[in-house]
Each structure stands twice: as C-alpha cells, then as structure tokens.
Ligand binder design. Structure first.
Ligand code: CO8
Length: 262
C-alpha cells in the first residue's frame, strides 16, 4: 500500500518512516495515524528489518504537533478518541520487537515530541527544537507525553516543560536527557544510519530480548523487573545466536548471527 501522509522506505535491515506533511510541518492528523499504524504492522511483520528510524520530511520539522486545524473541529469525545488513537500508535512503536530511533531534524513539538518519546532513543539535529506547548493552547499533552516525558527525564523537569509550555533547543534537550546525541543538521541521517547499522549487526534475538526486558521491567518494580530479566535471560540462551556469539568469542572469530527467533 502506498501512503500519502507518511513515507515508508525499506532498505533491509533498516526501515525509515518519514512523517510527510511538510506544508503543515508534518502535523499529525487522523489519516496520518491510520497510515502510521499500518506501516508499523508492515515493519513488524518484515523479519528482515532490524531497526526502524522515524524522521520528518521537508527539512524543517520532525513533527510540529497534532494538527491544530483538525483538532479545533473536534468535540470532546472526538478529541478523546483522537488522543487514544495517538497513544496506541506511539505505544505500538514502543512495543515493536526491534529498536526504533527518532532522528529529530527540526521541530519536535507537542505530538512530535510524544512521537519521538515512543522511540527507544533520540538523535537530534543542532537545529532541533523540543517542547510540549499544549498548555499555550489551553490543552494538555494527549499522546502519552505526560507519562513518557516524566519517566524519561524525571518528574521535576517534565512538570516544568509541561506547565510552562516553553520550547528548548537541542543542547538543553541533551542536558535534560531527552536527546542522546546532537549532530550537525546535514549529517543527521548519516550518523543515525551508522548507529542503526551497528545495532542491526547485533544478534536479533538478543536485541528483541533486551528491548522487551527493559520495556516490561520499567513498567514494574525492580524485583519483578529482575525476575523478567532472569526468565528472558534463560530463554535467550536457548537461541542459536547466543550459542554462535559465545562460541565465536572463544574461537576468536566474528559471530554470524542468523537472527532466528525463539
Ligand atoms: N497543526 C497544524 N498546522 C500546523 C501546525 C500544527 N501543529 N504547526 C504548523 N502548522 C502549519 C502552519 O499553520 C503553517 O501553515 P500555513 O502555511 O498554511 O499558514 C505551516 O505549518 C508553517 O508553519 P508556520 O508558518 O507557523 O512556521 P514557522 O516557522 O513560522 O513556525 C512553529 C513554526 C513554531 C512550529 C509554529 O508553526 C507553531 O508554533 N506550530 C504549532 C506548535 C504547537 O503548538 N504544537 C502542539 C500542537 S497540540 C498537540 O500536539 C497536542 C497533542 C495531543 C493531542 C491529543 C488529542 C486531542
């Protein structure tokens, strides 16, 4: 299926999804969420894909938020359902069995920051701008931002950003722990691809295990999290990749991971 509001490029082992409404700075509308939902299913079902990158078309924005022109026409129930749709789609990114990297190439405001927070980590262009400005519109974040930002950077800073609605530049977002790395604007995708390819070269089974354990463990207390780690550690050891990786080390050769899933 071809999409209108996003672009899905697959160059295995990497897939890239571009938010593609550049005239509206890639603002998120209902149609875009429907397409993104389908694209994520395609990514999930293609076992050749090992890393997903999300970025924005047009060079100016990652995503400038929910589409305010569409939002303004919604009644409260429609707004609630739109919020839930966005939450579910961003949770789907978080729940993918492969890592997802946000390549933030410009504005990541409101729903844009919430989309990036659904990814496992964020690399940003030095021109990127981050914020949850919903409060300036008389709204609150509704695509998981109140929850994910606090979990990612701590409740104090999350509250400050959400209550003030102020936008912060890439450097401050890096200091806050929102962004892992800041990259010169024109080199962003090159650097993101380097990291994506490095990740893709690792054992797929172990990647899936690690992501699942971190994600599921974070939603619980530390003891339960350790138990989840313990179970998955055992299961992961039954994979061909685990045998290959450990034997390759002892035989002083590079491992060849087949990536078969258990
Ligand atoms: N929605 C719709 N259109 C947008 C949006 C948006 N979020 N952002 C920009 N656009 C459009 C502009 O209207 C403009 O369109 P046109 O050319 O037709 O006038 C075009 O994109 C270019 O924008 P600007 O001319 O404003 O470009 P600037 O470079 O001057 O400014 C900014 C860029 C600073 C990003 C500015 O556009 C802006 O402030 N945008 C809005 C940012 C914002 O407030 N985002 C949060 C939105 S609310 C949200 O995300 C809620 C999420 C949870 C919802 C839960 C469901 C109910």
């Amino acid at each position: 299926m071809s999409f209108e509001n996003i672009i899905l490029e697959v160059d295995s082992p990497i897939a890239t999804i571009f938010f593609n409404r550049p005239k509206a700075l890639n603002a998120l509308n209902n149609a875009l969420f429907d397409e993104l939902d389908l694209a994520l299913d395609q990514v999930k079902n293609n076992t050749d894909i090992r890393v997903l990158i999300l970025t924005g078309s047009g060079g100016k924005a990652f995503v400038a938020g929910a589409d305010i022109a569409e939002l303004v026409k919604m009644n409260p129930l429609e707004g609630k359902s739109f919020s839930r749709k966005g939450q579910k789609v961003f949770s789907k990114i978080e729940d993918l069995p492969i890592p997802a990297i946000a390549a933030v190439n410009g504005f990541a405001l409101g729903g844009g920051l919430e989309a990036a927070l659904g990814c496992d980590f964020i690399y940003a262009s030095d021109k990127a701008l981050f914020g949850l400005p919903e409060i300036t519109l008389g709204l609150i974040p509704g695509f998981g931002g109140t929850q994910r930002l606090a979990r990612r950077i701590g409740v104090n800073r999350a509250k400050e950003l959400i209550f003030t609605g102020k936008n912060i530049k890439a450097q401050e977002a890096f200091e806050y722990g929102i962004v892992n790395k800041i990259i010169e604007h024109d080199k962003l995708m090159e650097e993101v691809l380097k990291t994506a390819n490095l990740i893709a070269s690792r054992g797929k089974v172990a990647l899936r295990s690690a992501k699942g354990v971190i994600q599921n463990g974070l939603n619980t207390d530390i003891e339960t999290g350790c138990r989840i780690e313990n179970d998955v550690f055992g299961l992961n050891m039954s994979s061909e990749d685990a045998k290959e990786g450990t034997h390759a080390f002892l035989e002083k050769r590079k491992p060849v991971f087949k990536g078969e899933l258990y």
